[in-house]
Design a protein. Structure first.
Length: 118
């Protein structure tokens, strides 16, 4: 069983940066593509970014392209989300997830709050 623990959230001002971390522990039967999702108050959870298990490919929501960067540190099994030029619209709970490449494994972390406010 794999466990995901996010950290790095906080309260920042518009234009600031934050780096979220997601530490994975444990083992699964499949390699995992790792991603970040977010959920703002009153809204559904939405995709933010994903990195493939090999770290070779990344994908982003249009709303964060050019501002956010997802990366995978394979030696330590940590996934990062570098967020630059934050806006109030980025305010949400950010969740890390892992999706099995060869099976239907789907794992979520507990989430970390990001608040962008003047």
């Amino acid at each position: 069983q794999v466990h995901l623990v996010e950290s790095g959230g906080g309260l920042v001002q518009p234009g600031d940066s934050l780096r979220l971390s997601c530490a994975a522990s444990g083992r699964t039967s499949s390699n995992l593509d790792m991603g970040w999702y977010r959920q703002a108050p009153g809204r559904e959870r939405e995709f933010v970014a994903q990195v493939t298990w090999s770290g070779e490919s990344t994908y982003y929501a249009e709303s964060v392209k050019g501002r956010f960067t997802i990366s995978l540190e394979k030696d330590t099994n940590i996934v990062y989300l570098q967020m630059n030029n934050l806006t109030p619209e980025d305010t949400a709970i950010y969740y890390c997830n892992g999706e099995g490449v060869t099976d239907d494994t789907l794992i979520w972390g507990q989430g970390t709050q990001v608040t962008v406010s003047p």
